[in-house]
Design a protein around this ligand. Structure first.
Ligand code: GTP
Length: 404
């Protein structure tokens, strides 16, 4: 009687031993080869207030120069800016998509700011779902823009989380793998950071905010991930500058009058640990959770809202797809109108600014001209005075000559 095993879906089947070499043990190598050839997509969202160090952190993490413009501090709403790069390391190609918030923590309300980011995340899921529901779908070549991880930058105030942080983190953690990070950790001393981390964790727990924890179900990385989970929220320092130390080595660091803070020194901050957690150990876990848990939840919710049930196919599916398409078109029309409105508003604003500047220039020019005319009048008067004086002198001279 062969031994039986029970699979994950509950099916019982016999476990058969092979009598000789077949060859499918090479499957992992085939997968590695496929991944190298195909490359993969990794999409990272960085959420933080203006100037909190988002771009610097991304540059430090990926050791590359990003040409992202600083955010406009006058923004009335949150906007998402993205950049895509293709990078290659050890023969593995990665298409990196960086998305960062602009105007977060600015003039928009807490609710509206969080909604803008959530809408963006949903749009990426929606685009994938639309591709998935197509008859001729091209998922293997699909430009997948779903966000795999969100680095949420908490300001190192030392006073715990703000209402804005709590609300946004709560909303985001339902849709994306959120990794909380204490930004600009060099602005707090070590003891303060320890207390701050503890406080942030307590507040996240009290508010039932389910941030991402690195998985510990895989024996190969269990121990490392357990250590990394204990470091959350990572307290990091970023820098775009390099400093040459006394021993001749060059390090990424921030210089202060009293010394330097090294980004990649574990004694100085958790940057190296964050990079290890995010890029060296868990890229696949983050991608898998995004697809299997987060996207799946979105998809289920969306299809249920379209009154679809398990087993529906054929006309029902076509109907759902049709509904989705028309919703998408309506959404696009709405967005187009909104875009037109914002564009017209910005053009009007720019025109008004230009007009004001023109008026100001006119005023300045007129004032200069008046000043110039006054000056001319004064000079002409003094010339006239001098000429009169000369005539008088000459007359006096002539009289003197006549007398003598
Ligand atoms: P916006 O895109 O304009 O919102 O800015 P950002 O959040 O991308 O911040 P950015 O990376 O441009 O950094 C803003 C300023 O903060 C720069 O002067 C950085 O040098 C500085 N900065 C970045 N990271 C750190 C850090 O870890 N510690 C300190 N002290 N300053 C930092």
């Amino acid at each position: 009687m062969p031994k039986t095993i029970v699979t994950e879906d509950g099916t019982t089947m016999p476990l058969v031993h092979l009598n000789g070499y077949v060859g499918f043990e090479s499957l992992p190598c085939q997968l590695v080869h496929y991944c190298k050839k195909q490359g993969f997509q990794f999409n990272l969202l960085c959420v933080g207030t203006t100037g909190s160090g988002k771009t610097t952190l991304m540059e430090s993490l990926f050791n590359m120069k990003l040409e992202l413009e600083p955010c406009d501090t006058e923004l009335k709403s949150v906007e998402l800016k993205s950049q895509v790069f293709e990078v290659e390391e050890g023969g593995v190609k990665v298409k990196l998509r960086f998305v960062e918030t602009a105007g977060f923590g600015g003039q928009a309300s807490v609710e509206q700011s969080a909604k803008t980011i959530v809408d963006y995340l949903d749009e990426q899921y929606e685009a994938y779902l639309r591709e998935e529901l197509k008859v001729s779908r091209r998922l293997s070549q699909y430009n997948d823009t779903r966000i795999h991880a969100c680095l949420y930058l908490i300001s190192a105030t030392g006073h715990g989380l703000l209402t804005r942080d709590l609300h946004t983190l709560r909303e985001l953690s339902k849709r994306v793998n959120v990794i909380p990070i204490i930004a600009r950790a060099d602005t707090r001393c070590k003891d303060e950071l320890v207390r701050f981390k503890k406080r942030v964790l307590e507040e996240l727990r009290q508010n039932n905010i389910d941030y991402y924890t690195f998985p510990t179900d895989d024996e190969a990385i269990k121990k490392q991930n357990e250590v990394l989970n204990k470091l959350m929220p990572f307290a990091v320092v970023g820098s775009t500058d390099f400093v040459t130390k006394e021993d001749g080595s060059t390090v990424r660091a921030r210089s202060y009058p009293w010394g330097i803070v090294e980004v990649e020194n574990e004694e100085h901050c958790d940057f190296v640990r964050l990079r290890e957690a995010l890029l060296r150990l868990n890229v696949d876990s983050l991608r898998t959770r995004t697809h299997k848990i987060l996207y799946e939840a979105y998809r289920q919710d969306r299809l249920l809202k379209m009154n679809m049930k398990d087993g529906d196919c054929g006309p029902k599916m076509a109907e759902a797809y049709e509904q989705m398409n028309s919703e998408f078109k309506a959404e696009m029309v709405k967005k187009d109108r909104e875009f037109d409105r914002i564009f017209t508003e910005r053009v009007n604003q720019k025109e008004a600014d230009l007009k004001r500047q023109e008026e100001l220039l006119d005023l300045r020019q007129r004032a200069m001209e008046e000043r110039h005319e006054d000056e001319m009048r004064r000079v002409e008067a003094s010339i006239k005075l001098a000429e009169d004086e000369l005539v008088k002198l000459k007359a006096r001279d002539a009289k003197k000559k006549q007398k003598s």
